[in-house]
Design a protein around this ligand. Sequence first.
Ligand SMILES: Cc1cc2nc3c(=O)[nH]c(=O)nc-3n(C[C@H](O)[C@H](O)[C@H](O)COP(=O)(O)O)c2cc1C
Length: 218
Amino acid sequence: MTDLTPDELLSTTRAVRRRLDLSRPVSRELIEQCLALALQAPSGGNRQRWSFVVVTDPAKRAALGELYRTGFGRYRSQGIGTSRSEPAPRSDAQARILRSAQYLADHMHEVPALVVPCMSPRTDGAPVVEQASAFGSILPAAWSFMLAARARGLGTAWTTVHLFHEREAADVLGIPYDDVMQVALIPVAHTVGTDFRPGPRRDLTEVVHWDDWGAGTA
Ligand SMILES: Cc1cc2nc3c(=O)[nH]c(=O)nc-3n(C[C@H](O)[C@H](O)[C@H](O)COP(=O)(O)O)c2cc1C
């Protein structure tokens, strides 16, 4: 276990890509500890309609890695959405993230464990209230998993682009696609070193509105 304070844990749990140790296996016990903590997260009505598929089998990791790489290529050329695509990289920082993300795409199959959080039922085309309830019922658990991992010297990254090929990934993992929706693919590995710094973020004053959206933040 690292000796991070709660604030250090919350501010230094980053998307780890280049510093994933691809040569060191992650024990089942460590992953189960993180998942047990994840299950303490809240979910709508405490319904806990979540599942987590942990993938360590080399052939399945290779298949998921291939789907991820193809999905990442599509993201680079088209962005995520059909109506509003992601802007092309505008700054050095964004270009750095893209290079780091490409590294992960090239090595996803080598990451010792891949965790796929899932929700049931699917919410394709559902109203926002239903989408928010479904995704809001899995995100806290998945983030708890990532925090617990960081506390144990493991690195993770929230990724989504394999979902361009969600059905194929469901086939690889035996997930019943019609009932169960994958929400992410989280690579898990020991980190190379445990020292991480807080990330670049917009200023509080730019994003917080007190009482009224238009009233400014001062
Ligand atoms: C919803 C969501 C989707 C993401 N999808 C990907 C992805 O497909 N591939 C990837 O490399 N990173 C992905 N990320 C990681 C973000 O790029 C990363 O969290 C962000 O750049 C901030 O970096 P930091 O977490 O290290 O501070 C995703 C993050 C979120 C929250």
